[in-house]
Design a protein around this ligand. Structure first.
Ligand code: CTP
Ligand code: MG
Length: 230
């Protein structure tokens, strides 16, 4: 039986947030933003270990309490210059401890509103899958491509278009091979696709959005408070 591990890249600087600290350490519903995704992943019964990937220069982590369910948390200070590099470094660190067919669930620290049911659905759907896959949402809006003057250059059909989210779930051996070979990918699925494989899309919903801009914090807070998580 393959085991399940979570990897949470949290070594970014949050430049689009424009705050005085990396966005993963901004306060959200009474806790650092990063705490929420870690708490959800630690609460997933089938996940054995939750590895958070920090920058080696991170000076914020130690300033907070990280009381989380299940004693599953592990800190890896191996963050790199890009998200892909942070994930690759973590996978390399786990080599030898995990088996090639163990599942890795890679989740953005910035998706603070992930809930346990979404993760369970991903694990259930992919249990027998040859390749792996990701949470994603079918696009509901009409899509426009902009020109340099910020005017509409084209309308793009939304048919069969999905927005990629995380967790993205692939086996350790395949994912490390894919990320080592791929250049310039922004997510794990992109690296696996570059090998000619087709990851499975597992429908999630808009609450699993990535906190990116200042106005996103208020929306995340509303979602968490509505769930009584605070
Ligand atoms: N991340 C990482 N290592 C990097 C860059 C990003 O671990 N070198 C992580 C972030 O901490 C975040 C996730 O990858 O949890 C998704 O990235 P994003 O939302 O783009 O966060 P930032 O890169 O920090 O934000 P920005 O792009 O606005 O600077
Ligand atoms: Mg980024």
């Amino acid at each position: 039986m393959s085991r399940h591990f979570a990897i949470v890249p949290a070594a970014g600087s949050g430049s689009r947030m424009g705050a005085e600290r990396p966005k993963q350490y901004l306060m959200l519903a009474g806790k650092p933003l990063l705490w929420h995704a870690l708490a959800t992943l630690c609460a997933v019964t089938r996940i054995e270990q939750v590895c958070v990937v920090l920058s080696p220069e991170d000076e914020w982590w130690a300033a907070f309490d990280w009381i989380l369910p299940g004693d599953k948390l592990r800190v890896l200070r191996v963050g790199g210059a890009t998200r892909a590099e942070s994930v690759t470094n973590a996978l390399q660190r786990l080599e030898g401890e995990v088996r090639a067919d163990d599942w890795m669930l890679v989740h953005d620290a910035a998706r603070a509103c992930l809930d346990v049911a979404q993760v369970d659905a991903l694990i259930d759907t992919l249990a027998e899958d040859e390749i792996g896959g990701l949470l994603a949402q079918p696009v509901a809006d009409t899509l426009k491509r902009a020109n340099v003057d910020v005017r509409v250059a084209a309308t793009i059909s939304r048919e069969a278009m999905w927005q990629a989210q995380t967790p993205q779930m692939f086996r350790h051996g395949l994912l490390l091979r894919a990320l080592t070979m791929a250049q310039g990918v922004t997510d794990e699925a992109g690296a696996v696709e570059a090998l000619g494989l087709a990851p499975r899309l597992v429908a999630a919903d808009a609450t699993n959005f990535k906190v990116t801009y200042p106005q996103d914090l208020a929306l995340a807070e509303i979602i968490l408070r509505a769930r009584g998580k605070t």
